[in-house]
Design a protein around this ligand. Structure first.
Ligand code: AMP
Ligand code: MG
Length: 500
């Protein structure tokens, strides 16, 4: 099996990682392979099913050309700074260029101890590995930037968590694993040289991909900061549009690429509750659904702060540049967010009061305890004058009728202004369908799939859930249970755990 690994991080960023080795697994078994992704990466999926393939995916033998390393990073966790985190249970194997010529990191999660393990065992439960597989594939299918899952291996080991659990290794694919915390690591040490090398690397890899002149631009570090702010503002707006709650938005879990990373105690919400929190460790609700934009801004301020020495040699001038950049977040987020809501409402970008229309709809969902995904989806049929689904969710109150009237009026505005209203209407239904998925990874189904797979070795519920979430827009032949929320009492006490 020949895979052309490149190792630009290891080559260009010496001093920012520890060369490390893959640990291996006693009795590895490939339990899931992302065939489509492996083909996109230029791998032959059949090769990955061979013994050599399993050797690679289980960390038994590093593939030829790969140079495994544990990356150094720091991070603000729940608001408190940890100067040294790093890859304590992960390893970067190297990078490959995918079919589009894009550089992708190939990394392990759960591959054993490293110098950054800080007393942890460096392992991951198979359940947490499969959880990341499900949610990351769901996010990808929903069109939301995310790291991808290439493979899940059961290692044959049992590890101790709340109770004994089978261990697994995830092979993760990412545009890069650079995080806000990567910059904080060197800023906290006053190591401006490393900081600059890291920033130049990030610019070349993420900002200057289509314009190499940017690598020489005098204000390139400000452009890097602005780029990350814009990417993250867009990402969080997309999360909000599908009811996704990351659950542990520490700065070490915020990427420079703008991809969602580190699926720990995350969840999609069911009944719309702005302050929904699922993570068992987030006792203060710091990372609640509605807090995500302000937390993202706070995290980006940590990035701005880390970049200060690069923004301008004069600290006061650097601070002004950093503040100016951070102050763009609110406007950028508002723009991205409005675009998301407009798409969900089936509206063009001409209405002055569309944000109000969206927030009023959310309020109606909240008042009526409506499932976020179903509530939005019911607008697709309502836009075709079939309000059955919507009425069954929202009831027939005056408030609902008043909102519907406002929405219909706004919805019909541009259609009546055009001659070819029939084709406009078809196109609009298609775009509303894209914006209002029917299948998300519902918590009770995720838990059921994980329990059956890891406790009874029955992967059928997992496979069925994967089929549903990979087809997010149309019911097709998918069982309606995949589009149905759990009973309210199940959701009310649903908790997710990280550190798994
Ligand atoms: P995470 O919660 O996965 O974002 O991890 C936060 C930090 O804790 C990172 O530095 C991880 O490498 C480290 N970590 C998490 N779980 C383990 C583990 N089982 N063993 C060693 N380090 C871990
Ligand atoms: Mg992390």
């Amino acid at each position: 099996m020949k895979i052309a690994f490149d190792n630009s991080y290891a080559r260009e960023l010496t001093g920012m990682y520890v060369p490390w080795h893959v640990g291996g697994a006693p009795k590895p078994e490939l339990v899931w392979l992302n065939e489509r992704l492996s083909a996109d990466l230029g791998f032959n999926p059949e090769d990955l099913h061979t013994t050599k393939g399993l050797d690679m995916l289980s960390g038994t033998h590093a593939p030829e050309g790969a140079q495994a390393i544990a990356q150094a990073y720091a991070g603000h966790q729940f608001g408190h700074f940890s100067p040294q985190l790093g890859d304590g249970r992960a390893l970067l194997l190297g990078e490959v260029l995918d079919r589009q010529g894009q550089r992708k990191d190939i990394a392990f999660k759960g591959s054993g101890q490293t110098p950054f393990s800080r007393g942890g065992d460096g392992k991951a439960t198979l359940s947490s590995v499969l959880r990341e597989v499900i949610i990351s594939e769901s996010m990808h299918a929903l069109g939301i930037p995310t790291t991808r899952s290439l493979a899940a291996v059961a290692t044959g080991e049992t590890i101790m968590r709340e109770r004994a659990a089978p261990a697994g290794i995830l092979t993760r694919v990412a545009a890069s694993h650079l995080r806000v915390g990567s910059f904080e690591f060197f800023a906290a040490r006053g190591d401006s040289d490393s900081l600059r090398r890291l920033a130049d690397y990030a610019i070349a890899r993420h900002v200057a991909r289509h314009d190499s002149s940017l690598t020489e631009a005098p204000d390139r570090y400000r452009l890097l900061l602005q780029h990350v702010i814009d990417r993250q503002a867009r990402l969080i707006a997309q999360w909000m549009g599908v009811g996704f709650i990351h659950g542990v938005m520490n700065t070490d879990n915020m990427t420079i690429s703008g991809e969602t990373i580190d699926y720990g105690p995350c969840a999609f919400m069911e009944a719309y509750t702005p302050h929904a929190v699922f993570s068992a460790i987030d006792t203060q609700g710091r990372y609640a659904y509605a807090n995500q934009p302000s937390i993202a801004k706070w995290n980006l301020s940590r990035l701005a702060s880390a970049l200060l020495p690069l923004l301008d040699p004069e600290l006061e001038r650097a601070k002004v540049l950093a503040m100016d950049a951070i102050n763009t977040f609110d406007t950028l987020f508002a723009e991205h967010s409005l675009a998301v809501w407009r798409a969900k409402l089936g509206l063009d970008s001409t209405g002055a009061d569309d944000e109000r229309l969206a927030t009023d709809f959310l309020q109606l969902m909240h008042n009526n305890n409506v499932d976020f995904t179903q509530g939005w989806r019911s607008l697709v049929t309502a836009s075709q004058n079939d309000e059955t689904a919507l009425r069954s969710l929202f009831g027939t109150s005056d408030a609902v009728a008043e909102w519907l009237q406002r929405w219909h009026q706004r919805f019909n505005q541009s259609i009546t202004q055009t001659i070819d209203s029939a084709s406009i209407s078809t196109a609009r239904t298609a775009s509303m369908t894209r914006a209002n998925p029917i299948h998300i990874a519902r918590n009770h189904l995720v838990e059921h799939a994980l329990t059956e797979a890891t406790e009874r070795n029955d992967f059928l519920p997992f496979e069925a859930l994967m089929t549903a979430i990979r087809q997010p827009l149309e019911a097709g032949s998918i069982d309606s249970k995949f589009a149905t929320p759990a009973p309210a009492e199940v959701t009310a006490c649903y908790r997710t755990f990280c550190g798994t």
